[in-house]
Design a protein around this ligand. Sequence first.
Ligand code: FAD
Length: 306
Amino acid sequence: MLRSVILAASRSSQVERLVATAPYTRDVVRRFVAGAATDDALRATRGLVDDGLAVTLDHLGEDTVRPEQATATRDEYLKLLKMLGAAGLTPAAEVSVKLSALGQMFDEQLAYDNAQAICAAADAAGTTVTLDMEDHTTTDSTLEVLSRLRKDFPSTGAVLQAYLRRTESDCRELSSAGSRVRLCKGAYKEPESVAYQSAREVDKSYVRCMNILMSGDGYPMLATHDPRMIAIGEDRARWFDRGPERFEFQMLYGIRPEEQARLAGDGYTVRTYVPYGDEWYGYLMRRLAERPANLVFFGRALISKK
Ligand SMILES: Cc1cc2nc3c(=O)[nH]c(=O)nc-3n(C[C@H](O)[C@H](O)[C@H](O)COP(=O)(O)OP(=O)(O)OC[C@H]3O[C@@H](n4cnc5c(N)ncnc54)[C@H](O)[C@@H]3O)c2cc1C
């Protein structure tokens, strides 16, 4: 219930104005977002890489409705990739891209062209790209763009969301050799017709999907903070004899950093998803929806008189 309300608010411009102008919002944002500028993203990446973690960088922004905005997002990724390469931070750092930020909502071909340019820049910088997955109305289009991109850039990664009923079948499709697939639970408000609604059903689906990916030929990227899912992931890695070069764990910047360090210390590949930029509202609201404790933290910061 609370999750649905917060996810609905994540698409309200009125609530966005309220949250963005609240006095201590910046303090909360700083916990989950590396900063506004490309240099902030680079600084955070350097720190994480020095600590033995891999990184995927996300320039915040989504649901773009104007071609010039989509072009600006593409150009920011091109600049970022050049800087990552020059700083020697590739291949440890790759980038995550939302097609809706590249024009998918109004022109799929434009989104493809922009994504293709980003993949080419990533390739030149010695790294790769993962396409984030958004709400279910975009899944077919995103997988279509993915399959076109993979013809030229086979390491382009996909994201599949365990809450969608279709995902087991998508995992089977995408578990072939060389296929990089991030498995997450899913962060959007979705109807019962397409998505499991209870946490228990989503968890069971996550495990079924993990089994398919970990027993397949691709490169699974297990994106979760859930201790049970992580323990099952470690178990499957032993069972299917997958070393640190054959799968990875992924977690979000600012969430369970000590667990990220613990897994990396145990010899696993761990990648931290690092968002940066000004357009943090939708991202922050999805993080709040995932965990009531984050909401308490947020509420405290908003009413704080410090
Ligand atoms: C790297 C990465 C990339 C992602 N990309 C996408 C994407 O492209 N599309 C998409 O829809 N979603 C994406 N997500 C979000 C994902 O779908 C989930 O919404 C999010 O990860 C929360 O699910 P969870 O598996 O962590 O477990 P949850 O069910 O949210 O949490 C389970 C348990 O994890 C622990 N936990 C969770 N959060 C915290 C915390 N803040 N502090 C301490 N413990 C905590 C708690 O024990 C909690 O009970 C991504 C997530 C990650 C990590």
